[in-house]
Design a protein around this ligand. Sequence first.
Ligand SMILES: Cc1cc2nc3c(=O)[nH]c(=O)nc-3n(C[C@H](O)[C@H](O)[C@H](O)COP(=O)(O)OP(=O)(O)OC[C@H]3O[C@@H](n4cnc5c(N)ncnc54)[C@H](O)[C@@H]3O)c2cc1C
Length: 315
Amino acid sequence: MYDVIVVGAGPAGSTVSRKCAEKDLETLVLDKQSFPREKLCGGAVSERTLKLLDFDIPEEVINQGCNGARVHFQGETVEVEKDYRLGLLVSREKFDSFLLKKAEKKGAEVKDGERVLNITDKGSHVLVKTDKEVYRSKIVVGADGVDSTVAREVLGEEISEEYFKLALENRVEEVKFQDKKCDGIIDVFFGDIDGGYGWVFPHRDFFSVGIGSYEDKMKKPLKRQESFLKDLNLDAPDDFRGHRLPVGGQGRKKVSGRTMLVGDAAGLVDPLTGEGIYYAIKSGKMCGETIGKAFSDEEPDLKELKIMKRDVYMR
Ligand SMILES: Cc1cc2nc3c(=O)[nH]c(=O)nc-3n(C[C@H](O)[C@H](O)[C@H](O)COP(=O)(O)OP(=O)(O)OC[C@H]3O[C@@H](n4cnc5c(N)ncnc54)[C@H](O)[C@@H]3O)c2cc1C
């Protein structure tokens, strides 16, 4: 019997498990993918996100420091450059593995390459069935991203389609941009993408170039990304990569019995900017601390878990 099983080892899951392990709780993290794993993302990590962590991000995980932005709108550009860091650009493969290692070092047990198929709240504990095993746990945290299996159990219903955005991203090598260098300035483009925006984020030797908007607003998303690249004088790539982003989590249920939700699984992405790593880490931290408090004895006080209500995440 585990004290806590965390489903998903992205930034949200690693943070919950690190916090639970710090409290000496028997913690298991399960992820269907084997780490290091790729995650489609612009890789922008804001300074406020870094402030949530009580450790530094090592140089080998950082692609680029960011200290400014150029905002483009209808042919006009406003550029802001600061003499201090505004955030980092990272490859999620390295960033997420680093955070997971931090949890492991604190004592969390990690089993990757193991998919959770379903969970069943038995009242006295929760059964977690994977494609390899069945585990028992006193608490289960769903940190399993936008298409969360755990969320379906917690919410007991499908989430309405209006709560999803769509983002597409391509990696473009620095040499393919004629007049652009991988400096510390990000570019954002408003006005061209209905209900959203386009971005060019300079990583060490490549750019993350992408667009994001609400699914119903962005007609023909592949064509839209192709024309965004064309406007930047870039050739259309051979493949397009896109993924959904969940929004509207503030008003959604996140705790039921012995089960809790964090990060994308809880719908915690900024609906305007699409920033999700901040909310993943913040909700993960608060969830871990809440579970820590709930376990004053061998058994958790489930009433304590209910403190993780809607607004707590967004404070
Ligand atoms: C194109 C794009 C660009 C983005 N750019 C940015 C950006 O620049 N900055 C930013 O802050 N945010 C960005 N986001 C949002 C950000 O990626 C997410 O909000 C963030 O990854 C959420 O973290 P998480 O830990 O909740 O979930 P995830 O990082 O999605 O991790 C979930 C984990 O759960 C695992 N999992 C899923 N199902 C199961 C299962 N059944 N069993 C076991 N494991 C499972 C997955 O393998 C995965 O490792 C972007 C999103 C997209 C789509």
